[in-house]
Every structure is written in C-alpha cells, then in structure tokens.
Design a protein around this ligand. Structure first.
Ligand code: SLL
Length: 334
C-alpha cells in the first residue's frame, strides 16, 4: 500500500455515521492507463503538543459498489480531485499465501492515526525516567485495525531494553518511561503478506514545542500529544483482504491500556473539521480585508503622488523642491 494524506475520499456522498471507520473503495476504471499502482501525493500534518489538535483530511464517503461476479468491481464512482500519479507497477503478480483474486481497478483507503502521548512524571521522576510515554497506531476513532493489520513492530531507541517491540493484537501501543526524545520506527505489517509493510517514523515528543531548555513550564501536567493522521491506499487488493478491511466499521472500538492516554487522544469528527474550517475562513476573510485596505491605501498614496507630480510638471518642472532633483545628495554616502 501507499500512504496518502487527505486525498482518498471523493467528496460526494457523506457518511451518516461518522464515528465509524470506513475503508473506502474507489474504482479507477475511468483512468486511461491500467494502473497497477497509483501513488497519491502524500503529505501529513502534525498536531503538536496540545490536545484536540489532531486533524484529518476528510470524512469517509463510502462508495457504492457492486460486484460483477468475476471478482472485479463495477462501481460508479465520482472522480476525486486528488492528484494521482502513476508509479512503476508493483509486482501484483507476486504469488504467496492465499489465492484470492485481486480486485481490478480498485483502491481501498484505510485511515490510520499514529503518534505519541507523553506525561511528565513530576515527583515520581528520576534521572533516567522523567516522562512516561505511549507510542501507538490506532484508528482515527479507535476502530479495530486488526482486521487489516497482522502486527505492528515498534523500533525504539537502543537505550531501551529490547528496543524492538512487536504487537500482534490491538491496542497497538508501547508504553515506556524515559528521559529523552527520539525517533521511533513503526512498521505496520498487513494481513495480506503480498502488501508491502508500511514503515513510518515518529518523533516521540516529551516537551512542548518552542522550548529549548528544561524549565518549570515543561513540567506541567498537560501531556504532550504528537499525532499524525494518514491514509493507507491499497491498490487492487485481494478480494479476501478487501473483505476483511471492510469489516473495520462493524467491530467494537479498541481502547488504550492507559486511561490517561485514551482520554487525551485527539478526535476526528466532521464537527471538528467544520469548526476548524469555519475558523480558517474567518481568519482568511480578516486577512483579505486587511490586505484590501492596505491596497486601497497604497492606491490612494499613488494618486496623491501622481497629483503632486502633475502639479510640479504644470508649474514648469523648473521649480525644484528641496527634496528632489539630482543635486541633493545630502543623504547619500560621501
Ligand atoms: C537524546 N537522541 O540524546 C536522544 C536519545 C534516548 C531516550 C534519547 C531510555 C530510558 C532508560 C531513554 O529514555 N532513552 O534508560 O530506561 O536526547
């Protein structure tokens, strides 16, 4: 699969139940090239250090699809405005494991969230254990990802005992105590072994951004949340894998083993998206207003200067004012 932030869901029909993860299937028959692999341009967005900052690109909009019997999907799908780039074909013919046929002209988009939440230990801190943190992969609304995920392998800093932590069941998380920030590697292994594992890196943050030294303000009780939303795109998945992925929406939610972590997970809802968009719109309107008034002012100044110039010209151009003319080098370098 490939990672794509915010480009998967065609934004037509909105899903009624927004609290449920719905992997989306997209039909690509409209595309010229028979695409073995489509790579969406990927970006990701950080939400640093404060609660409820997590953002997601879009809500799921589930596509209607009908199976045409041959394993292919005959779906009526609107085209998304996503930038789609064709990439070298993956060896879709690679044989292994189950012989389920691959769906043709289909992409499935699986929203995931990964990140870390760190708490300062306060009085319980010692030299090597100033913080307790949890590193995790979860569904944006705590959906059970295990239908698609066989295991998640977290690679920690070598200063930790057994730095490779493998989780074969949800919640896919590691909780540790430590003293320093570092970059962890997260490997998501899919249930279909033919799907290439998704490898992410994540910088575990212990301190709020903008602080370079450890001051009293870093010792606040407020956890440091550092989370990313992303979407994993499976191109022409195996029918069986596809079926499994689609079950995500009906399974019970998964909770973190750490109640304080669970409490501080950012949420991803249409409502929050809308609020953020409205706030952004407001901000933009204000900025545009400011720029407009500055433009108007500049226009006015130009008019004034032009008027003055015209006046000077009308006076014959010979009446050199004290501040103009070539001779006035008073302000220049000597
Ligand atoms: C740093 N590059 O120098 C980082 C490394 C390593 C953090 C941070 C181990 C905890 C323990 C731990 O927190 N390692 O010793 O149990 O800042």
């Amino acid at each position: 699969p490939t990672l794509a932030f915010g480009v998967c869901p065609p934004r037509r029909s909105r899903v009624v139940r927004q609290d449920v993860l719905r992997p989306r299937t997209k039909n690509l028959q409209g595309l010229k090239e028979s695409p073995s692999r489509l790579v969406m341009t990927a970006t990701k967005r950080a939400s640093a250090s404060s609660k409820k900052q997590g953002k997601r690109a879009d809500r799921s909009s589930q596509q209607q699809q009908q199976y045409d019997g041959s394993g292919g999907v005959a779906a009526s799908t609107t085209s998304s405005d996503a930038k789609i780039v064709t990439a070298p074909a993956a060896s879709s013919a690679a044989v292994s494991g189950d012989s389920s046929p691959r769906l043709a002209n289909t992409t499935v988009c699986l929203p995931i969230v990964y990140g870390s939440i760190a708490f300062f230990l306060g009085k319980k801190a010692d030299e090597y254990h100033t913080h307790q943190w949890t590193l995790y992969v979860r569904g944006p609304n705590d959906e059970d990802l295990s239908v698609g995920v066989a295991k998640v392998v977290f690679q920690l800093h070598p200063s930790f005992p057994q730095p490779v932590r493998e989780l074969t069941a949800p919640p896919f998380e590691v909780t540790e105590k430590g003293w320093g920030e570092f970059e962890a590697t997260i490997r998501i292994v899919w249930r279909d072994p033919e799907e290439k594992a998704t490898v992410l890196t994540h910088g575990i943050k212990l301190y709020p951004p903008g602080l370079t030294n450890i001051t009293a303000s870093t010792t606040s009780k407020e956890p440091v949340v550092h989370e990313f939303y992303d979407e994993v795109v499976f191109t022409n998945p195996k029918e069986s894998f596809h079926r499994q992925l689609m079950r995500t929406s009906v399974l019970p939610r998964i909770k973190s083993h750490e109640p304080a972590v669970q409490e501080n997970f950012p949420t991803y809802t249409d409502e929050a998206d809308l609020k953020a968009m409205l706030a952004a719109q407001k901000f933009l309107e204000k900025e545009i207003g400011l720029v407009k008034s500055r433009l108007l002012q500049a226009d006015q100044e130009v008019t004034e200067i032009e008027d003055e110039l015209a006046k000077i010209k009308a006076e014959g151009g010979s009446s050199v004012s004290s501040s103009s003319g070539k001779g006035g080098g008073s302000g220049g370098k000597s």
